[in-house]
Design a protein. Structure first.
Length: 307
Protein backbone atom coordinates (compact mmCIF):
# COMPACT_ATOMS: atom_id res chain seq x y z
CA UNK A 1 0.00 0.00 0.00
CA UNK A 2 1.36 3.39 -0.93
CA UNK A 3 1.47 6.24 1.59
CA UNK A 4 -1.16 8.86 0.70
CA UNK A 5 1.00 11.78 1.82
CA UNK A 6 4.69 11.13 1.05
CA UNK A 7 5.67 14.59 2.31
CA UNK A 8 4.65 13.63 5.86
CA UNK A 9 6.22 10.14 5.97
CA UNK A 10 9.70 9.63 4.63
CA UNK A 11 9.11 6.22 3.06
CA UNK A 12 6.29 4.24 1.53
CA UNK A 13 4.66 1.88 4.05
CA UNK A 14 3.90 -1.67 3.04
CA UNK A 15 2.06 -4.34 5.00
CA UNK A 16 4.02 -7.45 5.93
CA UNK A 17 2.31 -10.86 5.92
CA UNK A 18 2.10 -10.71 9.72
CA UNK A 19 0.13 -7.48 9.57
CA UNK A 20 2.86 -5.15 10.86
CA UNK A 21 4.25 -2.53 8.52
CA UNK A 22 7.91 -2.50 7.55
CA UNK A 23 8.56 1.19 8.06
CA UNK A 24 7.81 3.28 11.10
CA UNK A 25 4.55 5.22 11.30
CA UNK A 26 5.03 8.64 12.79
CA UNK A 27 3.59 12.16 12.84
CA UNK A 28 5.33 15.17 14.39
CA UNK A 29 4.58 18.45 12.58
CA UNK A 30 6.48 21.60 13.52
CA UNK A 31 3.80 23.12 15.73
CA UNK A 32 4.09 20.12 18.09
CA UNK A 33 7.77 20.79 18.81
CA UNK A 34 6.83 24.38 19.65
CA UNK A 35 3.93 23.16 21.80
CA UNK A 36 6.23 20.91 23.85
CA UNK A 37 8.55 23.85 24.56
CA UNK A 38 5.62 26.04 25.58
CA UNK A 39 4.21 23.33 27.87
CA UNK A 40 7.53 23.16 29.72
CA UNK A 41 7.68 26.95 29.96
CA UNK A 42 4.18 27.27 31.44
CA UNK A 43 4.43 24.48 34.03
CA UNK A 44 5.41 26.91 36.78
CA UNK A 45 2.19 28.89 36.32
CA UNK A 46 -0.14 25.95 37.09
CA UNK A 47 -0.89 23.89 40.19
CA UNK A 48 -1.39 20.55 38.46
CA UNK A 49 -1.23 18.95 35.02
CA UNK A 50 -4.10 16.83 33.75
CA UNK A 51 -2.57 14.41 31.25
CA UNK A 52 -5.29 12.92 29.06
CA UNK A 53 -4.68 9.48 27.59
CA UNK A 54 -6.89 6.97 25.80
CA UNK A 55 -7.89 4.11 28.12
CA UNK A 56 -7.57 1.69 25.19
CA UNK A 57 -3.84 2.53 24.96
CA UNK A 58 -2.95 3.32 28.61
CA UNK A 59 0.79 3.69 28.21
CA UNK A 60 1.15 4.13 24.46
CA UNK A 61 -1.05 7.24 24.43
CA UNK A 62 1.29 9.02 26.82
CA UNK A 63 4.22 11.19 25.72
CA UNK A 64 7.62 9.92 26.85
CA UNK A 65 9.29 13.22 25.90
CA UNK A 66 7.37 14.98 28.68
CA UNK A 67 7.48 12.14 31.20
CA UNK A 68 10.53 13.27 33.21
CA UNK A 69 9.35 16.90 33.22
CA UNK A 70 5.84 15.99 34.37
CA UNK A 71 7.12 13.84 37.23
CA UNK A 72 8.52 17.03 38.78
CA UNK A 73 5.02 18.53 38.84
CA UNK A 74 1.72 17.46 40.39
CA UNK A 75 0.10 15.35 37.70
CA UNK A 76 -3.11 13.39 37.30
CA UNK A 77 -3.33 10.93 34.41
CA UNK A 78 -6.87 10.84 32.98
CA UNK A 79 -7.47 7.59 31.10
CA UNK A 80 -10.42 8.74 29.03
CA UNK A 81 -12.86 6.62 27.00
CA UNK A 82 -12.79 3.93 29.68
CA UNK A 83 -16.24 2.87 28.48
CA UNK A 84 -14.55 1.58 25.30
CA UNK A 85 -11.72 -0.24 27.09
CA UNK A 86 -11.57 -3.94 27.94
CA UNK A 87 -12.24 -4.31 31.71
CA UNK A 88 -9.56 -7.01 32.04
CA UNK A 89 -7.00 -4.69 30.51
CA UNK A 90 -8.16 -1.83 32.73
CA UNK A 91 -7.60 -4.03 35.79
CA UNK A 92 -4.06 -4.95 34.71
CA UNK A 93 -3.15 -1.35 33.99
CA UNK A 94 -4.71 -0.15 37.24
CA UNK A 95 -2.34 -2.42 39.17
CA UNK A 96 0.61 -1.24 37.06
CA UNK A 97 -0.10 2.47 37.58
CA UNK A 98 -0.42 1.84 41.33
CA UNK A 99 2.95 0.04 41.46
CA UNK A 100 4.47 2.81 39.36
CA UNK A 101 3.36 5.43 41.89
CA UNK A 102 1.27 7.43 39.40
CA UNK A 103 -1.86 9.40 40.23
CA UNK A 104 -4.46 8.27 37.72
CA UNK A 105 -8.15 7.71 37.11
CA UNK A 106 -10.07 5.87 34.40
CA UNK A 107 -12.97 8.02 33.20
CA UNK A 108 -15.66 8.47 30.58
CA UNK A 109 -15.65 12.23 30.06
CA UNK A 110 -19.40 12.22 29.34
CA UNK A 111 -20.09 10.80 32.82
CA UNK A 112 -20.67 13.80 35.08
CA UNK A 113 -20.10 11.71 38.21
CA UNK A 114 -16.71 10.62 36.91
CA UNK A 115 -15.81 14.21 36.12
CA UNK A 116 -16.66 15.34 39.65
CA UNK A 117 -14.58 12.51 41.06
CA UNK A 118 -11.70 13.52 38.80
CA UNK A 119 -11.78 17.14 39.96
CA UNK A 120 -11.96 16.11 43.62
CA UNK A 121 -8.90 13.92 43.10
CA UNK A 122 -7.03 16.76 41.36
CA UNK A 123 -7.74 19.13 44.26
CA UNK A 124 -6.66 16.54 46.81
CA UNK A 125 -3.35 16.00 44.97
CA UNK A 126 -2.65 19.74 44.97
CA UNK A 127 -3.60 20.09 48.65
CA UNK A 128 -1.44 17.12 49.63
CA UNK A 129 1.55 18.61 47.79
CA UNK A 130 1.04 21.96 49.54
CA UNK A 131 0.71 20.23 52.89
CA UNK A 132 3.96 18.33 52.36
CA UNK A 133 5.77 21.50 51.28
CA UNK A 134 4.47 23.71 54.12
CA UNK A 135 3.19 21.48 56.93
CA UNK A 136 3.14 24.31 59.49
CA UNK A 137 1.41 26.96 57.38
CA UNK A 138 -0.77 24.78 55.16
CA UNK A 139 -4.22 25.99 54.14
CA UNK A 140 -6.40 24.38 51.46
CA UNK A 141 -6.10 26.12 48.10
CA UNK A 142 -9.44 27.54 46.95
CA UNK A 143 -8.45 28.77 43.49
CA UNK A 144 -6.87 26.26 41.16
CA UNK A 145 -4.92 26.57 37.90
CA UNK A 146 -4.80 23.48 35.71
CA UNK A 147 -2.96 22.59 32.53
CA UNK A 148 -4.46 19.94 30.25
CA UNK A 149 -2.20 18.05 27.85
CA UNK A 150 -2.36 14.90 25.77
CA UNK A 151 -2.11 13.33 22.35
CA UNK A 152 -4.53 14.52 19.66
CA UNK A 153 -8.08 13.16 19.82
CA UNK A 154 -7.83 11.83 23.37
CA UNK A 155 -10.72 14.07 24.47
CA UNK A 156 -9.08 17.19 25.92
CA UNK A 157 -11.56 19.65 24.45
CA UNK A 158 -14.55 17.55 25.46
CA UNK A 159 -13.25 17.36 29.04
CA UNK A 160 -12.83 21.14 29.11
CA UNK A 161 -16.36 21.68 27.82
CA UNK A 162 -17.75 19.25 30.38
CA UNK A 163 -15.96 21.09 33.20
CA UNK A 164 -17.09 24.50 31.94
CA UNK A 165 -20.60 23.24 31.12
CA UNK A 166 -20.37 25.12 27.84
CA UNK A 167 -18.53 25.06 24.52
CA UNK A 168 -15.41 26.66 25.93
CA UNK A 169 -13.05 24.72 23.66
CA UNK A 170 -13.60 23.80 20.04
CA UNK A 171 -13.76 20.11 19.23
CA UNK A 172 -12.94 18.54 15.88
CA UNK A 173 -12.77 15.05 14.43
CA UNK A 174 -9.37 15.72 12.90
CA UNK A 175 -6.24 15.30 15.06
CA UNK A 176 -4.13 18.41 15.52
CA UNK A 177 -7.07 20.84 15.44
CA UNK A 178 -5.86 22.90 18.44
CA UNK A 179 -2.48 24.51 17.71
CA UNK A 180 -2.15 27.29 20.31
CA UNK A 181 -2.38 27.51 24.09
CA UNK A 182 -5.32 29.33 25.62
CA UNK A 183 -6.48 30.06 29.16
CA UNK A 184 -10.09 29.12 29.84
CA UNK A 185 -11.98 30.34 32.90
CA UNK A 186 -14.09 27.47 34.21
CA UNK A 187 -15.45 29.38 37.21
CA UNK A 188 -14.21 32.00 39.69
CA UNK A 189 -11.96 29.46 41.44
CA UNK A 190 -10.84 27.42 38.46
CA UNK A 191 -8.76 28.29 35.38
CA UNK A 192 -7.46 25.85 32.82
CA UNK A 193 -4.67 26.18 30.28
CA UNK A 194 -5.61 24.30 27.12
CA UNK A 195 -2.65 23.08 25.04
CA UNK A 196 -2.34 21.62 21.54
CA UNK A 197 -2.35 17.85 21.18
CA UNK A 198 1.27 16.71 20.97
CA UNK A 199 2.70 13.44 19.74
CA UNK A 200 6.11 12.12 20.80
CA UNK A 201 8.77 12.76 18.13
CA UNK A 202 9.02 9.01 17.48
CA UNK A 203 7.10 5.88 18.39
CA UNK A 204 8.33 2.74 20.12
CA UNK A 205 7.29 0.37 17.34
CA UNK A 206 5.26 0.08 14.18
CA UNK A 207 2.52 -1.66 16.16
CA UNK A 208 2.43 1.39 18.46
CA UNK A 209 1.78 3.50 15.36
CA UNK A 210 -1.15 1.26 14.40
CA UNK A 211 -2.66 1.63 17.89
CA UNK A 212 -2.52 5.41 17.62
CA UNK A 213 -3.83 5.37 14.05
CA UNK A 214 -6.76 3.19 15.14
CA UNK A 215 -7.80 5.58 17.93
CA UNK A 216 -7.33 8.50 15.50
CA UNK A 217 -4.46 10.20 17.32
CA UNK A 218 -2.72 10.13 13.92
CA UNK A 219 -4.72 11.53 10.96
CA UNK A 220 -6.11 8.92 8.57
CA UNK A 221 -4.72 10.70 5.53
CA UNK A 222 -1.14 10.17 6.71
CA UNK A 223 -1.23 6.40 6.92
CA UNK A 224 -4.38 5.56 5.02
CA UNK A 225 -7.17 3.39 6.36
CA UNK A 226 -6.07 -0.04 5.09
CA UNK A 227 -3.37 -0.86 7.63
CA UNK A 228 -5.33 0.19 10.74
CA UNK A 229 -8.45 -1.58 9.43
CA UNK A 230 -6.53 -4.80 8.84
CA UNK A 231 -4.91 -4.53 12.24
CA UNK A 232 -8.30 -4.10 13.93
CA UNK A 233 -9.95 -7.01 12.15
CA UNK A 234 -6.99 -9.25 13.01
CA UNK A 235 -7.05 -8.06 16.62
CA UNK A 236 -10.75 -8.74 17.15
CA UNK A 237 -10.65 -11.99 15.17
CA UNK A 238 -7.92 -13.30 17.46
CA UNK A 239 -10.04 -12.43 20.50
CA UNK A 240 -13.17 -14.06 19.05
CA UNK A 241 -15.11 -10.82 19.27
CA UNK A 242 -18.83 -11.50 19.13
CA UNK A 243 -19.36 -7.82 18.32
CA UNK A 244 -17.21 -8.13 15.18
CA UNK A 245 -19.10 -11.25 14.14
CA UNK A 246 -22.55 -9.78 14.76
CA UNK A 247 -21.78 -6.32 13.38
CA UNK A 248 -20.88 -7.70 9.97
CA UNK A 249 -23.10 -10.81 10.01
CA UNK A 250 -20.13 -13.18 9.75
CA UNK A 251 -20.90 -16.88 9.87
CA UNK A 252 -17.41 -17.55 11.25
CA UNK A 253 -14.34 -15.67 12.47
CA UNK A 254 -12.09 -18.31 10.90
CA UNK A 255 -12.16 -16.46 7.59
CA UNK A 256 -9.13 -14.64 6.23
CA UNK A 257 -9.04 -10.90 6.76
CA UNK A 258 -9.34 -10.36 3.01
CA UNK A 259 -12.46 -12.57 2.91
CA UNK A 260 -13.98 -10.53 5.74
CA UNK A 261 -13.32 -7.31 3.82
CA UNK A 262 -15.09 -8.73 0.75
CA UNK A 263 -18.01 -9.93 2.87
CA UNK A 264 -18.41 -6.49 4.46
CA UNK A 265 -18.31 -4.85 1.02
CA UNK A 266 -21.13 -7.13 -0.11
CA UNK A 267 -23.48 -6.75 2.87
CA UNK A 268 -22.87 -3.00 3.27
CA UNK A 269 -23.15 -2.13 -0.41
CA UNK A 270 -19.57 -0.95 -0.72
CA UNK A 271 -19.45 -1.59 -4.46
CA UNK A 272 -17.88 0.30 -7.34
CA UNK A 273 -18.76 0.17 -11.01
CA UNK A 274 -18.99 -3.29 -12.60
CA UNK A 275 -19.68 -4.77 -9.15
CA UNK A 276 -16.12 -4.49 -7.88
CA UNK A 277 -15.75 -4.17 -4.09
CA UNK A 278 -14.95 -0.68 -2.84
CA UNK A 279 -12.39 -1.63 -0.22
CA UNK A 280 -11.53 1.97 0.61
CA UNK A 281 -15.10 2.43 1.86
CA UNK A 282 -14.82 -0.83 3.79
CA UNK A 283 -11.67 0.36 5.57
CA UNK A 284 -13.32 3.66 6.52
CA UNK A 285 -16.40 1.79 7.75
CA UNK A 286 -14.33 -0.48 10.00
CA UNK A 287 -12.42 2.44 11.51
CA UNK A 288 -15.60 4.42 12.17
CA UNK A 289 -17.29 1.40 13.75
CA UNK A 290 -14.26 0.75 15.96
CA UNK A 291 -14.08 4.35 17.13
CA UNK A 292 -17.74 4.19 18.17
CA UNK A 293 -17.08 0.98 20.11
CA UNK A 294 -19.13 -1.22 17.79
CA UNK A 295 -16.45 -3.88 17.25
CA UNK A 296 -15.92 -4.68 20.93
CA UNK A 297 -13.88 -3.37 23.83
CA UNK A 298 -10.11 -3.47 23.69
CA UNK A 299 -6.89 -2.61 25.44
CA UNK A 300 -3.77 -2.40 23.27
CA UNK A 301 -0.56 -3.46 24.96
CA UNK A 302 0.26 -5.13 28.27
CA UNK A 303 1.99 -3.48 31.25
CA UNK A 304 5.79 -3.67 30.69
CA UNK A 305 6.56 -6.45 33.17
CA UNK A 306 3.86 -8.67 31.62
CA UNK A 307 5.29 -8.64 28.08
Amino acid sequence: MRNKNPNKLTEDIELTPEGVEKNEINWFPGHMARAIREIKEKLKSVDIVLEVRDARVPRGSGNFVLEETLRQKSRLILLNKANLADPKGVHLWTEWFKKNGDSFIFIDCFDKGAMKKMMALARSIVDQKRKESNPDSYTPKSNLKLMIIGLPNTGKSTIINQLANRAAARTADRPGHTQVQQWIVIDKDLELLDTPGVMPPSLESDEHGLWLSAIHAIPDDLVGEEMPAKFLVDYFKERKSKELKERYKLESLDLSTEAIFLHIAKIRGCVKQKGLPDLERVYKLILNDFRKGDLGKCCFGLPPEMK
